[in-house]
Design a protein. Structure first.
Lengths: 283, 189
């Protein structure tokens, strides 16, 4: 492990020394870099994945014993797949960071990030991903390892996008589908939590219930505000992921014309939209 | 309807018998897995819709009371329905988890049928005249949701036919709605 890292460091050092000649052919593609940076920094998905994983923790106090039994099983299922869901995102983010490096003048090292990708997906019956996604994940990780460990030798934005697009699209599609399922799960959680109060508050009409009813109303208000804020985030995350997928597809379509004014303008628009979405998500 | 499928299933059995039992589905191809995930998600949506219908129905009665005391029996019925609603939401979330994890065995044939049926049930629940009528229907629905989560064809088919029967009974009950229940003088919906 250390040896490998050492080797990749040496390779990197060598490539930096050769950098002068290696990058003579490189053009700085500012708009590609901005798009890639904005895509890497989007956010939302990671936090919503965690929220999905922790669903049971939040809903447990509100559940009936019968519902609780099912909820516990659901919880185990969600816990089991969390790591894989996050691994997908890490790969896509590292891809975008690599793309950003290739689109700029500087060649900074991302090799520690390869280790961060971890030992790959659990990729067994329990892993929770379809074969197509596992294949895309593996092949993209391999591409990244190769590109980064070689110090980006013989690599350009063009070859990276060409080789990566299909896999990136599969993984983004998976992230979009998962975010949609997160949102639906959250919706049932919200209705479970708030639903009890809809029914029980009107039933509590005795004078002695007054304090309880007051507390319940305050709790209801807090919870419904909380869910209103969270609901928006699913929407923003979905919009962002869709934009990343579209932007990358455009990049692929215009791969031989990245210096064109139209293309540059378009990529800049994607980058700006993504930055706006990120700002909205970090509010 | 359901018995049709049952006989089809039974008829299909001897032909496929030497290779494998019909419940042990072969591992799905990527395209199949994707469509399965979609179908499972769709079924989850339908269960969520049913839960929404139950909630709407319960709230309709509560609103009609306009802050007056609700009789104990009606409160009990509302709570039973609320529990059912909650359980359905967990079943739906299970299907979402399965779709996400794609570890569900293919529901196969009954899928479309099942979706249609849950849609009918949701519609019925919304229109039930007396809240008490809803309880059996919802119980059948819960049984179906439980069966669906096993992914096994036979229990699903059994649950479908039980639910189907109940949906039909309620239809007969509530179609000639005019004869008012004597216990409910203010039941003018």
């Amino acid at each position: 492990m250390d040896l490998r890292r050492c080797l990749s460091f040496l390779l990197l050092a060598a490539s930096l020394m050769l950098g002068g000649c290696a990058s003579t052919g490189q053009v700085s593609l500012a708009e590609v870099r901005q798009f890639a940076d904005a895509s890497a920094r989007l956010g939302g998905y990671g936090e919503l994945s965690r929220r999905y994983r922790d669903t049971y923790e939040r809903e447990q106090p509100y559940l009936s014993p019968a519902a609780d039994r099912i909820a516990k099983e659901n919880d185990a299922r969600r816990q089991a797949v969390y790591d894989d869901f996050v691994s997908i995102q890490k790969t896509v983010v590292l891809y975008m960071q690599t793309l950003s490096v290739l689109a700029g003048d500087a060649r900074y090292d991302l090799s520690d990030r390869i280790d961060d990708l971890g030992s790959g997906l659990k990729a067994n019956a329990e892993s929770g991903l379809q074969q197509r996604q596992i294949t895309a994940y593996t092949s993209l990780s391999r591409l990244l390892t190769r590109v980064i460990a070689s110090g980006y030798q013989n690599r350009s934005v063009e070859t990276m996008v060409r080789d990566g697009d299909a896999d990136v699209q599969v993984l983004l599609e998976a992230m979009i589908a998962l975010t949609r399922l997160y949102a639906k799960t959250n919706d049932n959680e919200k209705k479970t939590v708030l639903g009890i109060f809809d029914v029980e508050i009107p039933f509590s009409t005795k004078t002695s219930d007054r304090m309880l009813v007051t507390l319940a109303k305050v709790h209801y208000l807090n919870k419904s505000t909380e869910y209103k804020l969270v609901d928006k985030r699913y929407d923003l995350a979905l919009q962002g992921l869709t934009k990343v997928a579209q932007g990358h597809q455009k990049l692929r379509e215009n791969i031989h014309n990245l210096q064109g004014d139209e293309v540059r303008k378009m990529l800049l628009t994607y980058a700006r939209d993504l930055t706006k979405l990120r700002d909205a998500l970090s509010d | 309807m359901a018995s049709d499928e049952k006989t089809q299933q039974a008829a299909g059995k001897p032909a496929a018998a030497p290779a494998s039992a019909p419940t042990a589905a072969p591992p799905p191809s990527p395209a199949e897995a994707l469509s399965t995930a979609h179908q499972v998600e769709e079924l989850g949506d339908k269960l969520s819709d049913c839960a929404d219908s139950i909630h709407q129905r319960v709230m309709r009665d509560i609103r009609r009371r306009q802050g007056q005391d609700v009789p104990e029996s009606e409160q009990a019925a509302a709570r039973a329905l609320l529990d059912a609603e909650m359980e359905l939401r967990q079943r739906a979330n299970r299907l979402y988890a399965d779709a996400a994890a794609c570890i569900v065995s293919s529901l196969g044939q009954p899928q479309q049928h099942l979706i249609q049926l849950t849609m009918d049930a949701a519609d019925k629940i919304r229109r039930i005249t007396r809240i008490g009528d809803g309880i059996t229907l919802v119980a059948r629905l819960l049984a179906l949701a439980a069966a669906a989560s096993t992914g096994q064809v036979v229990p699903i088919l059994a649950a479908i036919s039980a639910l189907k029967m109940q949906v039909d009974i309620v239809a007969i009950d509530s179609a000639p709605a005019p004869p008012p229940a004597p216990s409910e003088p203010a039941a003018s919906a």
